[in-house]
Design a protein around this ligand. Structure first.
Ligand code: MLT
Ligand code: ZN
Length: 457
C-alpha cells in the first residue's frame, strides 16, 4: 500500500489504529467459518463518527473502496475485504450510554458486542432482545447492517424492531445523528429504517439508539421430539398460545447429534428417536414451568429448567461451530411460509448429493432454515441454485437474517423483481455515487470508481 495513503490514514486515527502487518490483517481478511477470504492493504480502526468521515474522505481521494466490519461473524462474506479495499473495523466505536429506564432505551456504539449490551441492560434490570450464539463477538453495527434475527424474533421481532435511531456517516463524509429515540414520529421517511439491513452499502453505522425489553429472569425450556417436520410445524398454533413464549427453535436430528458430539455431552433425547426437534423457551417474571409442562403432557420430550435449560441453549448455540469443526459448509439461510417448510426440506434433501452431509436447523416460528451441506464439493454451485430457487418458488426469501453479502448478490434482483431492485439500486447510487462503500455487496452490477489498488504513489 502506498505510504502516502497509510500516513494520511494515520493522521486521522493515529498510528496505532492503522494495522498493516500481514499477520494482524489476516484475522480480518477471512470470516470466522473460513467461507470467504479477501485481502486488505490496511485495517483502520476509527474511534468516532468524525474519524469515520475523515477516513472515508482519505479513501475517496485515493480511489480506494471501504469495507466496514464489526465482529467478523458474518456468514455471507459481506464484511470481508475484496480487491484491496481498506477494512474499516468498527470495534473501537464502543461507547454505551447509561440505560434510560424511563424510555427503556440505550445508545450503543457500532462496536459494542451483543453480549456486552445485554449485560449492560441487565445491570439496569432490562434486557436487549436480539440474541444468538455469536453474541460474545457479534456487534451492534453488524446486527443493524444485516437486520439480525436470532432466537427471540417470535416475541420481539428482528433488529429492525429494536432500532429507534442511528448515527451514520455517508460516503460524502456527512454525518447524520438521529439518536433521540422518539417512539412516535411521522416526519417523512425514516432514514434509520432504510439503513437497517443495508449491509454497509449506504452508510457506515457508528451508533444506534436501541429499544430494551423487560429482563425475564424466570425461564423454562423444553425439547419436544416430533415424528416429522410436519408434526413440528403443526405444534405452532398451540405454542403461540403460551403467554410467555420466548423462542421456538428447530433442530433436525443431525444438528442435535453434531452439537452434542462437539460438546461431548449426552443428548437430552436420542437424536435418532425423532424426525425433528422443537426447542421451546418461555421467559417471564413468574415461573413459566407449568405452561410448558402442560404442553408436554401431550408430547414426547424433556422439560429443561435451571442447568438443564442452560445445557439446551449451549447445544443450540454450538450447532454452527460444531458444523464448522467438521469442515467449511455450503451454508444457506432461507425462509418460507411455515406451511411450506416440509416441501422446502424435501426439495433440499433431493438436491443434496448422496455422499454429502446435510445439517438443518433454524428458527421454526419464522419458517427460517439454516441449510448446511458438508462435502458438497463440485456440486455446491448447483445445490446453492436449487435451494435458493426452491425458497423463492415457495414464496420465501434467500436470506432471513444473515444478509445477501457477496454470497447471494447475484440473486437479489431475481428475488426482488426488476422494479424493486431498480429502486434499491437508485437509492444506493444517489447516496454513494462512486460506490465507495462495500462494492460487490447487494449490487454486483454496480460499477465502482474505486480501484483495487490505491492511486497514491
Ligand atoms: C444461528 O441461528 O445459530 C445463526 O444464524 C448461525 C447459523 O446459521 O449458522
Ligand atoms: Zn439463525
Amino acid at each position: 500500500m502506498s505510504s502516502l495513503l497509510v500516513s494520511a490514514l494515520r493522521d486521522v486515527v493515529g498510528a496505532a489504529h492503522v494495522l498493516v502487518d500481514a499477520d494482524v490483517r489476516a484475522t480480518y481478511e477471512t470470516d470466522w467459518l473460513g467461507q470467504t477470504h479477501g485481502t486488505t492493504p490496511a485495517v483502520v480502526r476509527p474511534g468516532s463518527a468524525q474519524e469515520v468521515a475523515a477516513v472515508l474522505g482519505v479513501c475517496a481521494a485515493a480511489g480506494v473502496a471501504v469495507v466496514p466490519q464489526g465482529g467478523n461473524t458474518g456468514l455471507v462474506g459481506g464484511s470481508v475485504p475484496r480487491g484491496g479495499a481498506v477494512l474499516l473495523s468498527m470495534q473501537r466505536c464502543s461507547s454505551l450510554s447509561t440505560v434510560d429506564t424511563l424510555s427503556m432505551q440505550v445508545t450503543a456504539g457500532a462496536g459494542v458486542t451483543i453480549e456486552h449490551l445485554q449485560q449492560h441492560a441487565r445491570a439496569a434490570g432490562l434486557d436487549f432482545a436480539v440474541d444468538w450464539g455469536a453474541r460474545a463477538t457479534a456487534t451492534v453495527g453488524g446486527a443493524v447492517n444485516t437486520n439480525a434475527g436470532g432466537s427471540r424474533v417470535v416475541r420481539f421481532g428482528t433488529m429492525r424492531a429494536q432500532v429507534m435511531g442511528l448515527q451514520a456517516v455517508f460516503a460524502d463524509g456527512s454525518i447524520v445523528t438521529q439518536l433521540e429515540g422518539l417512539p412516535k414520529e411521522t416526519a417523512g421517511p425514516h432514514l434509520p429504517s432504510l439503513l437497517v439491513g443495508s449491509e454497509g452499502t449506504l452508510a457506515v453505522v457508528t451508533a444506534a439508539r436501541l429499544r430494551l425489553v423487560p429482563w425475564f429472569r424466570a425461564t423454562a425450556a423444553a425439547l419436544v421430539a416430533c415424528d416429522s417436520l410436519v408434526d413440528a410445524v403443526s405444534l405452532l398454533p398451540q405454542l403461540r398460545q403460551l403467554p410467555n413464549l420466548d423462542a421456538v427453535e428447530l433442530l433436525m436430528p443431525e444438528a442435535l447429534a453434531i452439537a452434542c458430539k462437539f460438546l461431548d455431552v449426552r443428548p437430552p433425547v436420542a437424536p435418532s428417536s425423532a424426525g425433528a426437534f422443537v426447542m421451546v423457551d418461555c421467559a417471564a417474571h413468574h415461573d413459566p414451568t407449568d405452561e410448558l409442562a402442560s404442553l408436554l403432557a401431550n408430547e414426547r420430550g424433556v422439560l429443561a429448567v435451571g442447568a438443564q435449560r442452560d445445557l439446551l441453549y449451549r447445544i443450540r448455540d454450538h450447532v454452527t461451530i460444531a458444523i464448522g469443526a467438521l469442515g467449511v459448509p455450503l451454508k444457506l439461510d432461507v425462509a418460507v411460509p411455515v406451511q411450506h417448510l416440509d416441501r422446502l426440506v424435501r426439495r433440499v434433501t433431493a438436491a443434496v448429493p448422496g455422499d454429502a452431509r446435510l445439517v438443518i436447523f433454524g428458527h421454526l416460528a419464522e419458517g427460517n432454515l439454516h441449510v448446511n451441506v458438508l462435502g458438497a464439493g463440485e456440486a455446491a454451485p448447483l445445490l446453492r441454485e436449487r435451494v435458493l430457487e426452491a425458497a423463492i418458488e415457495l414464496g420465501g426469501t434467500i436470506s432471513a437474517e444473515h444478509g445477501i453479502g457477496v454470497a447471494k448478490a447475484d440473486w437479489l434482483e431475481r428475488l426482488k423483481g426488476p422494479a424493486a431492485y431498480a429502486a434499491l439500486r437508485a437509492i444506493k447510487s444517489a447516496l454513494d455515487p462512486t460506490n465507495l462503500l462495500n462494492p460487490g455487496v447487494l449490487y454486483p452490477d454496480l460499477p465502482t470508481r474505486h480501484d483495487p489498488q490505491p492511486r497514491f504513489t
